[in-house]
Write a protein that binds this ligand. Structure first.
Ligand code: SAM
Length: 817
C-alpha cells in the first residue's frame, strides 16, 4: 500500500488535501458497477444486544443449534462464537485488547450501555498495528463540548477502555500492553469517525428479510482503506459486505480519471436538514458535498430574511423540492409566494417528524396511516409536488404502516393501499435517479424490490381469499375480510389517542394556503411516467426565489418533466426552450439528466405500472377500513378559523368526511374531547362509524378514478402512475400459471385480468430492481430463482412465484441487463 500519490489498489490512490484530509481518487476511468475495492476486516465489535446472537469473530448469526449449546469465552461469558474454530482464532485479540476484562465487569457494561460496542472496537483497534497514515480522529471536535454535548460520554468510554486494558496487563494477560487514557480517547474518536455498520444483507436486506434492519444495532467494523472514503450525499460508489466481514466497494456510475470516490454515510433519500443534522450529530462535520452545497439554505438564492447569496439553485434541488402555493394569483406579491412556500415546507417537515414519532419510534401503524395520509393530501393540495423529496419519505412510512395494519387485521384492502404507496415511493425515487441523484441508486433498487414484494403479497392474499370463497365478488374483497381477519389491532387499541399525544397540530394549516383544488399538474397526452412541475414565472424579476422555488401555477405553462420510463423526457427538458422563465435561472444545460450509466427500466415499464395502479386503486381501503373497532377515530383537521368543515370534503381522506353534504362535522377540539373520554368517534357519528366499520356503504371506496373518496389522482398523475392508458401486453405465462393453480380454475375473466396486472407489475418492479442491483451488488446478485429474490415470493404458491420470477428474469434480460 502506498500513500500520497503511491498506488493503493491498482486504480486507487489515497491523497491528502488540506480541506478534507485524506481522500480516495481513481487513477483511471472506472465504469459503473466496477469493484474498486475488496478488503478484509481490520477490526470489529458486536453491539451488546446482539452479543449472544452473532459470532464475535466472523460476525455471522449463530445457528439455533449452537445456541442450545453455546460456544463462548468462559472468562467473560459475553463473547459468543459460531464455532470453536472462530473462538480459537479470536482468543488472543479478545484477551490482549482488554475486551475480555471489560466485558467481565457488569458495572462497566451497564455504565457504557450502547457505547460498549465503540469501546470494544477502540480496544481492538489499539491492539492491531496502527494503520498508516494515522486514521483521522476529529479528536478536537468530538471532545469539544461546544460541538458535541456528549463529549463526557466519550471520555467515559476512554477511561473504561484504558482501565480494562491496564487491568489485563497487570493481571498478566500475555501481550496486553498498558494504555493511557489519552490514547484510548483518541481511539474512541477514531472509531466514531471511521467505523461502518456491518449489515451484510443490505441493500437487499430490508427487501428480502424485512426485519433485518430492525433487529438492534449491527456490529461496528473498521478497514484500513475502506474506512477512508469521504462522504457525499450524491455518492458515486456504494459498499456492501460479504459474509465474514469483507467489504466490497463498487462504483454506481462511470467515474472519470482523478475524480474523488465517495460513499454515503447515510440514507440519501432524506432531505437536507435531516442529513445535515445526522452528519453533525454522528460525525461532527458539516458536509461540503456538491449536493449539500446545492440544497443548503446558505446556497439558495438570497432572500431578505435568509441572506444567502443570490444565485439560482440547481435544477435538481429545485425539482426535488418543487412546490406551488395554490390559489395565488399570477401577480401575487413575492412575499405571499414566500409565505406560501414556507407553510408547505413547515407542513412537510411536521409530517416527517410525525412519521418518525408515530411509526418509527412508537410503532403506531394505524395512527401513522391516518394522520400521515390526511396530512399528505393536505400539503399536496396546498401545493407540494407529489414527487417532493419529503413526500417520498412519507410514502415510505405509509407503505409500511398500511402493511403493518394489514397484518394486524385490516386485511388485503390495506395491503393494496400499501402497494399504492409503494408505487408512489418507487416513482419518487425513480424521479431522483432521472434528475441525476445517482447516489440514491441502492435505495432505488431496494424500493423497487420492496414494491415488487408488496405486490406479490397482495397477489397471494387475493388468491387466498379467492380460494376461501370462490364466489366472492370484488366488492366483498373490498371489505378486506380475508387475510388475517381474526387478528385484531389489539396492539394499538390501548395506546393513548393521537390528540393526547399532541400529534394533531394545526401548524401545517395556514388559512391563506388552503387550496380549492390540486396544484397545477399538467400531463401531456401519451406520456408515460412523467413528472411535471411547472415553475411560476418570476413575476418580479428581481426576486429569484419566487421563480426558482418553483411555484407551480396554472397560467404559467412552463413546465419541467422527467420522463422516468425512458429517460428521454429528462433529456428533452434541456431542449424545451419554451421553459423561458425557468431557463433564466437554470445554471446550465444538461443538469437534469440521469447519468448515462444508470439502467433504464424495461421497455413496457410505464404501461405495466399504470395498469397495476389501476388494478389496485378501486379496492384499496381508506384508513379505518377493514378492522373497525380498534382503528383510530379520525376527525377532520379543523381550519384555523375554527370552522369545522373538512378542507375539501369531496376528496377528504378521512373516515367521516363522506357524510351528507351540509352535515356538520366534528372539529379537532371536539374530536379531542371525544378521544380524551375514550368515546370512539364511531359512537358519536354514524357516518364515521360506518366508515370505520368497513361497511360497504360507509367505506371510502374508489370505484373509479372519479371516486368520491380519497382522490389518488392528486398523487398518481404527477408521479406518472395514471398517465399511460396503453394496455400492456398480456403475459401468457402468468395467466396460465394463475388459472392452473389448484382452486383457481373458476376464476372469472375480470378478476383474472386484475390479478395478472398485479403480477405483471410485481415482475416489472423486480426486473427494474434487478437492473439496478446489478450495478450495486454485481452480476452474482442478478435475479435468479435460487437467489435471495426467491424470498420475496415466500408467500406465494410455488407456481405463481415461479412464473413471476421467470417473467421478471426475462424482463430484466430483455430490458437493461
Ligand atoms: C472516514 S473519514 C474519511 C477520511 C478522512 N477524510 C481522512 O482524512 O482520513 C470521515 C471524516 O472525513 C471528513 N469528511 C468526510 N466526508 C466529508 C464531507 N463530505 N464534507 C466534509 N468533511 C468530510 C469528516 O471529518 C469525517 O468525519
Amino acid at each position: 500500500m502506498k500513500v500520497n500519490g503511491r498506488v493503493l489498489k491498482d486504480s486507487l490512490e489515497l491523497r491528502h488535501s488540506d480541506d478534507s484530509g485524506y481522500n480516495i481518487r481513481t487513477k483511471c476511468r472506472v465504469s459503473a458497477g466496477s469493484v474498486i475495492l475488496e478488503e478484509k476486516l481490520l477490526a470489529a465489535a458486536i453491539a451488546p444486544g446482539a452479543a449472544q446472537k452473532q459470532c464475535r469473530y466472523c460476525l455471522s448469526m449463530i445457528s439455533p443449534k449452537v445456541l442450545e449449546a453455546p460456544i463462548y469465552c468462559s472468562r467473560c461469558g459475553h463473547a459468543h462464537y459460531c464455532t470453536h474454530r472462530c473462538m480459537k482464532d479470536d482468543v488472543e485479540a479478545h484477551a490482549q485488547s482488554g475486551e475480555c476484562t471489560l466485558l467481565q465487569s457488569e458495572a462497566r457494561r451497564e455504565e457504557l450501555g450502547s457505547l460498549l460496542r465503540e469501546t470494544c472496537l477502540a480496544l481492538r483497534l489499539l491492539q492491531k498495528k496502527p494503520p498508516q497514515p494515522a486514521l483521522l480522529s476529529n479528536w478536537a471536535k468530538f471532545l469539544d463540548p461546544a460541538s458535541r454535548n456528549d463529549a463526557g460520554v466519550l471520555l467515559l468510554a476512554a477511561r473504561a477502555g484504558a482501565d480494562a486494558r491496564n487491568c489485563a496487563a497487570a493481571g498478566g494477560v500475555a501481550g496486553a500492553q498498558e494504555l493511557s487514557e489519552k490514547a484510548a480517547a483518541e481511539a474512541v474518536c477514531q472509531v466514531f469517525t471511521n467505523s461502518l455498520e456491518y449489515e451484510p444483507l443490505l441493500p437487499v436486506a430490508s427487501a428480502c428479510a424485512g426485519s433485518a434492519a430492525h433487529q438492534g444495532e449491527p456490529p461496528a467494523v473498521m478497514y484500513q482503506l475502506a474506512s477512508r472514503f469521504n462522504h457525499s450525499c450524491r455518492a458515486n460508489a456504494a459498499y456492501h459486505f460479504k459474509p465474514g466481514g469483507t467489504i466490497v466497494v463498487r462504483t454506481l456510475v462511470d467515474v472519470e480519471t482523478d475524480q474523488e470516490i465517495c460513499v454515503s454515510y447515510l440514507d440519501p433519500l432524506q432531505a437536507f436538514p435531516a442529513r445535515a443534522a445526522q452528519l453533525r450529530e454522528k460525525f461532527c462535520f458539516t458536509c461540503a458535498c456538491e449536493r449539500c452545497c446545492e440544497e443548503s439554505p446558505a446556497c439558495r438564492p438570497g432572500t431578505p430574511g435568509e441572506g444567502g447569496p443570490a444565485h439560482p439553485p440547481s435544477p435538481r434541488a429545485w425539482f426535488l423540492s418543487a412546490m406551488a402555493p395554490a390559489r395565488l394569483p399570477d401577480e401575487a406579491p413575492a412575499e405571499d409566494v414566500r409565505k406560501g412556500m414556507a407553510a408547505i415546507r413547515d407542513g412537510l417537515a411536521e409530517l416527517t417528524e410525525q412519521a418518525q414519532e408515530l411509526f418509527l419510534r412508537d410503532g403506531r401503524a394505524a395512527q401513522a396511516w391516518a394522520v400521515l395520509e390526511a396530512g399528505l393530501f393536505q400539503v399536496v393540495r396546498m401545493g407540494a409536488h407529489p414527487l417532493h423529496q419529503r413526500c417520498l419519505e412519507l410514502y415510505s412510512c405509509l407503505a409500511s404502516a398500511c402493511r403493518v395494519c394489514a397484518r394486524r387485521g385490516a386485511g388485503v384492502a390495506a395491503l393494496r393501499r400499501a402497494a399504492l404507496y409503494g408505487l408512489l415511493q418507487a416513482a419518487a425515487v425513480e424521479a431522483m435517479l432521472a434528475v441525476g441523484e445517482h447516489g440514491a441508486m441502492p435505495q432505488a433498487a431496494r424500493i423497487w424490490a420492496e414494491t415488487g414484494a408488496l405486490l406479490c403479497e397482495v397477489l397471494a392474499a387475493e388468491l387466498h381469499d379467492f380460494r376461501q370463497d370462490p364466489t366472492q365478488t370484488e366488492s366483498s374483497a373490498i371489505r378486506g375480510l380475508g387475510l388475517h381477519s381474526n387478528q385484531q389491532l389489539s396492539q394499538e387499541s390501548s395506546e393513548p389517542s393521537m390528540l393526547e399525544q399532541g400529534v394533531y397540530s394545526n401548524t401545517i394549516l395556514d388559512s391563506s394556503m388552503h387550496s380549492e383544488g390540486p396544484a397545477t399538474v399538467q400531463l401531456q397526452p401519451g406520456e408515460c411516467l412523467v413528472a411535471h412541475a411547472a415553475p411560476h414565472s418570476p413575476n418580479n424579476g428581481a426576486d429569484p426565489v419566487a421563480a426558482v422555488d418553483g411555484c407551480l401555477h396554472g397560467q404559467d405553462s412552463h413546465h419541467i418533466a422527467a420522463q422516468h420510463a425512458s429517460r428521454a423526457g429528462a433529456r428533452q427538458l434541456q431542449q424545451q426552450r419554451e421553459l423561458s422563465a425557468w431557463a433564466q435561472v437554470l445554471p446550465s444545460d444538461g443538469e437534469l439528466v440521469a447519468h448515462a450509466s444508470i439502467p433504464e427500466p424495461p421497455a413496457e415499464f410505464a404501461a405495466v405500472l399504470c395498469a397495476t395502479w389501476r388494478a389496485l386503486l378501486p379496492t384499496a381501503l381508506a384508513p379505518g377500513g377493514g378492522n373497525e373497532q380498534s382503528m383510530p377515530a379520525m376527525p377532520c383537521l379543523a381550519q384555523p378559523d375554527g370552522a369545522n368543515s373538512c378542507l375539501d370534503s369531496h376528496a377528504c381522506p378521512l373516515p367521516g368526511s363522506n357524510v351528507q353534504p351540509g352535515k356538520r362535522q366534528r372539529t379537532a377540539a371536539e374530536a379531542s374531547e371525544g378521544a380524551a373520554h375514550s368515546a370512539p368517534a364511531a359512537e358519536e357519528d354514524p357516518a364515521a362509524a360506518s366508515a370505520l366499520s368497513g361497511d360497504a356503504a360507509g367505506v371510502h371506496q374508489q370505484d373509479s378514478l372519479e371516486g368520491q373518496g380519497l382522490d389518488f389522482r392528486l398523487l398518481g398523475e404527477p408521479a406518472g402512475l395514471t398517465s399511460s392508458h396503453a394496455q400492456p401486453s398480456s403475459k401468457a405465462t402468468l395467466a396460465a400459471a394463475l388459472t392452473s393453480e389448484p382452486g383457481l380454475s373458476g376464476i372469472g375473466g375480470e378478476q383474472l385480468e386484475r390479478l395478472e396486472r398485479i403480477a405483471h407489475g410485481a415482475a416489472m418492479c423486480q426486473a427494474h430492481a434487478a437492473g439496478l442491483l446489478q450495478i450495486v451488488l454485481g452480476r452474482s446478485h442478478t435475479l435468479t430463482q435460487s437467489s435471495a429474490f426467491s424470498a420475496f415470493f415466500a408467500n406465494l404458491p410455488y407456481r405463481q412465484a415461479a412464473a413471476i420470477t421467470q417473467l421478471a428474469l426475462q424482463l430484466s434480460m430483455e430490458g437493461s441487463l
